[in-house]
Design a protein around this ligand. Structure first.
Ligand code: FE
Ligand code: FE
Length: 168
């Protein structure tokens, strides 16, 4: 973000900027999710990461659709927040020896990702409506619902078995 050049002047600029930010994030996640699936031991968690990678491909396509609907260039801007979350996940995973504890750490990292996405998509939906773009809001809402569902699935996986096993 060009804080000093002040290239975000309007709500519309902010909307497009955050679209570019989450577009970058989703693309990074396309690369990170297979790695997380590779590290997971619990089959349901491994499958969950693989399923969410497929959903993430659709998230990328939906963003491209929204850029076009809004007449904006399909473009990614670096998102240090998602890079940091992914980097931290790699670091922690590298330091965990026990496989059950590793699964718990992977769920924790994945939930940090989902919560980040929920925050961004939540604002994007609200702003799209404010800007009179209910069409864009509807597309973004589909992804927001999937991120929320993924977060819930991760919570129930953690609570139903992974945390118990990790602690035991
Ligand atoms: Fe996503
Ligand atoms: Fe997600």
């Amino acid at each position: 973000m060009g804080l000093f050049t002040r290239d975000i002047k309007t709500m519309d600029d902010l909307f497009v900027h955050q679209l570019q930010d989450i577009y970058y994030a989703e693309k990074q996640l396309l690369k990170a999710l297979p790695k997380m699936a590779g590290k997971a031991t619990e089959p349901a968690l491994k499958q969950g990461f693989e399923d969410h990678r497929e959903q993430t491909e659709v998230h990328v396509q939906r963003l491209e659709e929204v850029f076009k609907m809004h007449g904006a260039e399909v473009k990614a801007v670096e998102c240090p927040a998602i890079d940091g979350i992914i980097e931290e996940a790699d670091e922690v995973a590298g330091e965990v020896d026990d496989k059950s504890v590793l699964d718990a750490a992977l769920i924790n990292a994945a939930q940090a990702v989902e919560h980040y996405e929920i925050t961004r998509y939540g604002s994007l939906v609200a702003w799209a409506k404010q800007l009179g773009r209910n069409d864009c809001a509807a597309v973004l809402q589909k992804t927001l619902d999937e991120e929320k569902a993924t977060d819930k699935k991760l919570t129930s996986l953690a609570e139903s078995k992974i945390n118990l096993r990790a602690a035991g």
